[in-house]
Write a protein of this length. Structure first.
Length: 90
């Protein structure tokens, strides 16, 4: 992801920071004996936020490594590797 524009990296980092905040809220809720429904809803939100960050990372790699015809570049992920990464999140 080192070839990704700073704006794309910033967006992923911001998404992960929001997920971190949501996870902190889940932990606090668990420690204060919050309603289990609220905890589960927040856990689902954290999971989705992390998944979306992962998809954004893969999408960035696709745009900058494969779409630009640079997939033969040393260290760049192959299409097969990107597909496997995508499936780990699916």
């Amino acid at each position: 992801m080192s070839t990704a524009p700073d704006d794309e990296i910033r967006k992923v980092v911001n998404r992960l920071k929001r997920a971190r905040g949501q996870l902190t809220a889940v932990i606090d809720a668990m420690e204060t004996d919050a309603d289990c429904r609220d905890v589960v809803i927040q856990l689902a939100a954290v999971g989705k936020a992390i998944d979306r960050a992962g998809f954004a990372v893969i999408g960035t790699a696709l745009r900058h490594c494969v779409a630009d015809g640079e997939d033969a570049r040393e260290g760049a992920p192959t299409m097969e590797e990107l597909q496997k990464l995508f499936l780990t999140l699916a």
